[in-house]
Design a protein around this ligand. Structure first.
Ligand code: GSH
Length: 343
């Protein structure tokens, strides 16, 4: 049957409209990172242990090591990273607008953030919870004694929301004193503006040890009032990039599980254990599946060590913070750190 031209034209347009449309950003981030030979990582403006710069402008921390590991896996050089400091309010816009390739900044995975910002959480790199720092002279032993207290908190955070939720649930009235800038919130607290400061417990440890005029004058209360699973975030719609970020993190966790460290990596490459051979690119080529070289995971471990080494160096026993491994231990050591198999 011969259709009139106009009908044929219409059918062609309908057929085109029905074609599956790839998200416009699919695969773009990897190409851009390669083209500029640099990964642009959004970090905090300075939370020691997670992301902070020294006087020379050198960044370090657990979140920074994630950036370095990805740069090593993708560009074969952990130093090819540009760090963009972002406060809590700025972080999601910076990622949405394409200013950064990746947000690796003590950011809590929540449903609203995951489902409404056009962004996707990749993996959990630190299981945290929200706590309270108080001056010892107030002689408080529980957050429940904070009735009518002024509590300093940073805006644009889950912290601000949990604070009102938790005290509401306890039937206790408090007065949040909200700051947009982290520096300002800490200064206000240490100058006596508030009776308590609240944020993720990991950051409280740093705030007390590094920012308090006299750390011994302050105590962290026993309550943890929330779950704060922290991890890197990417733009939604670029599945290739999402997979790379996710699997580099999984590989760092799996390296710890198999005892592959920065120091023994070269010997481990000769291991006959199939799992280790796979992880280090000696057996099948998982790199090809991710759009990377076959030794992508070995490069990441060489750059920053396995997850356990990253933890200890930045926040654990080998760091000034001395945070216990706690729930961040591997799943087979009583913790929650579990990576799907690299196979
Ligand atoms: N994990 C929470 C809190 C993250 C957060 O922004 N915490 C503050 C207080 S420790 C911070 O990192 N400030 C540093 C900055 O704004 O650069 C969230 O994702 O909302």
């Amino acid at each position: 049957m011969r259709l009139p031209n106009i009908t044929r034209g219409l059918l062609a347009v309908i057929a085109l409209l029905l074609l599956p449309v790839a998200p416009s950003s699919a695969g773009k981030t990897l190409d851009q990172v390669r083209q500029r030979a640099q990964l642009v990582c959004g970090v905090s403006t300075g939370v020691i242990g997670f992301s902070s710069a020294d006087s020379q402008g050198r960044w370090s921390g657990l979140d920074v090591d994630v950036c370095r590991a990805i740069a090593a896996a993708v560009l074969n050089d952990p130093n090819k990273v540009k760090y963009v400091p972002l406060n809590a309010q700025q972080r999601f816009t910076a990622l949405q607008s394409g200013e950064v390739d990746l947000l690796s900044r003590n950011t809590t995975w929540t449903l609203t953030r995951d489902a409404s910002l056009g962004l996707t959480f990749t993996a959990i790199t630190y299981y945290d919870g929200q706590g309270f720092l108080v001056p010892k002279k107030l002689k408080l032993t529980s957050a429940k004694q904070l009735k009518n207290a002024e509590i300093c908190v940073q805006s644009g955070t889950t912290t601000e929301k949990n604070l009102s939720d938790w005290f509401k649930a306890q039937g206790i009235k408090i007065k949040p004193v909200v700051f947009e800038k982290f520096e300002a919130s800490i200064k206000a607290f240490f100058s006596g503006r508030c009776q308590a400061y609240t944020t993720d417990a990991s950051a409280l440890a740093f705030i007390r040890s590094k920012e308090a005029p006299r750390p011994d004058d302050y105590a962290i209360l026993p309550e943890l009032i929330s779950k704060e699973p922290l991890g890197p975030v990417v733009r939604r719609g670029d599945d290739e990039w999402f997979a790379i970020v996710k699997w580099v993190i999984f590989a760092l966790i799996e390296a710890e599980e198999y005892g592959v460290t920065q120091a023994n990596l070269e010997q481990m490459k000769a291991s006959t254990d199939p799992a280790i051979q796979r992880l280090l690119g000696r057996a099948e080529d998982s790199g090809k599946l991710l759009g990377l070289e076959r030794d992508w995971a070995a490069r990441a471990v060489k750059a920053v060590g396995n997850y356990g080494e990253i933890f200890q160096r930045n926040v654990g026993s080998a760091s000034p913070l001395k945070l216990p491994r706690g729930v961040n231990a591997l799943w087979n050591k009583g913790g929650l750190m579990y990576a799907p198999p690299v196979r």
